[in-house]
Design a protein around this ligand. Structure first.
Ligand code: AMP
Length: 355
């Protein structure tokens, strides 16, 4: 990562006038709403023009907009943003639109540990991290000739599951694979999906205690993916595949969900292990993260992905979830982030949660 001196940047900040900024997409309504509830100023970054739909949501609208021609131009405005005491809250689309390299170089205080990006975006490193933490991941099939059970084929860097497909045999795989792209073949795990939204604070000890700081479970969701999640309305997958119609995994929305209470101890153990391992590998993940899991009929979790920042699956919970209500009423992940910033400001430890 380029040398960015957060302490120097923060030294010139007016801590009573912090501004939470993010790109106008993904979970921005929730992030702005959460910051507003905590009395922080907000700034939305949009390309081309101010997004009109924000006018329909006064409590989710940022106080001001920065309009850029291209997301990559955000860096050109960094001095102006620093003058507004901006803290950037990255979300999935923020990192994707800006590009990983530009995100790492962005000369602005950013919530979370930016070093996590290389561990999460490289599938081999991600596996080393999660399996190293003792989590079970779906088996990887190195040689497509070995496909003897349903597998899911994922292209690298595919946006929102686009192009992913299921294959049950080598023949099926070779008929569908686009060989010009890099891909990974994973066992297709049968079970029910839970996307678990955690928040790790390295500076507060008031939740599930870890070797340093503490962990909260804020909410969980299930993604709604087209066409796989509704394909049965037209016929069985086998029937449709015979007609050359294949299910896809493109995310279109998120559905609120809760998990059997008896599984909560394991949910926390997994979150704990992921954080403890991250502390050893790269100085620790900070703030929100999500484990994407399938629970099998033996009630075992298989974790197929980690997202190391706020996920859009937290959006159903702008006014709290069945879990966050047990921490504090009306608390979303966006609000929890704003609270962490306020707490760190009071403790003079903003440099412990920003990179
Ligand atoms: P991902 O991009 O890894 O989040 O995968 C996109 C979607 O594919 C997920 O939201 C799941 O619905 C599905 N999926 C991914 N990996 C697996 C797996 N190993 N077994 C079953 N379904 C999976």
């Amino acid at each position: 990562m380029a040398e960015i001196n957060i302490k120097d940047m923060l030294a010139s900040y007016d801590k009573k006038n912090l501004t939470v900024a993010t790109v106008c997409s993904h979970s921005s309504l929730q992030i702005f709403n959460g910051a507003r509830k905590e009395g922080l100023k907000t700034l939305g970054i949009a390309v081309g023009e101010k997004k009109k739909f924000y006018d329909a949501f006064p409590l989710g609208r940022p106080d001001e907009f920065l309009i850029v021609d291209n997301y990559k131009d955000i860096a050109k405005h960094s001095e102006e943003l620093r003058e507004k005491n901006v803290i950037v809250i990255p979300h999935g689309s923020f990192v994707e639109y800006l590009g990983a390299e530009n995100f790492l170089k962005l000369n602005l205080p950013t919530f979370g540990n930016r070093n996590v990006l290389m561990w999460e975006s490289d599938r081999n490193k991600e596996r080393k991290w999660l399996e190293g933490a003792g989590l079970t991941m779906p088996k990887e099939i190195k040689d497509p000739h070995d496909i003897d059970n349903p597998v899911i084929v994922k292209y690298y860097g595919a946006k929102g599951g686009k192009g992913f497909f299921i294959a049950k045999t080598y023949e099926e795989f070779s008929r569908r694979i686009e060989t010009n792209k890099s891909f990974v073949i994973q066992e297709f795990v049968m079970g029910t999906r839970y996307y678990l939204h955690y928040f790790y604070s390295p500076i507060q000890d008031n939740a599930y205690k870890l070797s340093k700081g503490s962990l909260q479970l804020i909410s969980m969701d299930r993604r709604d993916e087209t066409t796989i999640d509704e394909v049965q309305r037209l016929g069985s997958i086998a029937e449709l595949e015979e007609l050359g119609i294949h299910p896809t995994f493109v995310v279109t929305g998120n559905i609120p969900i809760v998990i059997r209470e008896s599984l909560l101890p394991r949910v926390f153990e997994m979150g704990e292990a992921v954080i403890e391992k991250s502390l050893k590998l790269f100085g620790g993940l900070i703030g929100s993260f999500c484990l994407e899991t399938v629970v099998t009929e033996d009630l075992e979790f298989k974790v197929f992905e980690i997202s190391a920042r706020i996920v859009a699956g937290t959006n159903p919970y702008i006014s709290g979830s069945p879990y966050s209500e047990l921490i504090q009423p009306d608390m979303s992940t966006g609000r929890r982030i704003a609270q962490e910033i306020k707490y760190a400001t009071k403790q003079n430890s903003l440099d412990k949660i920003l990179t």
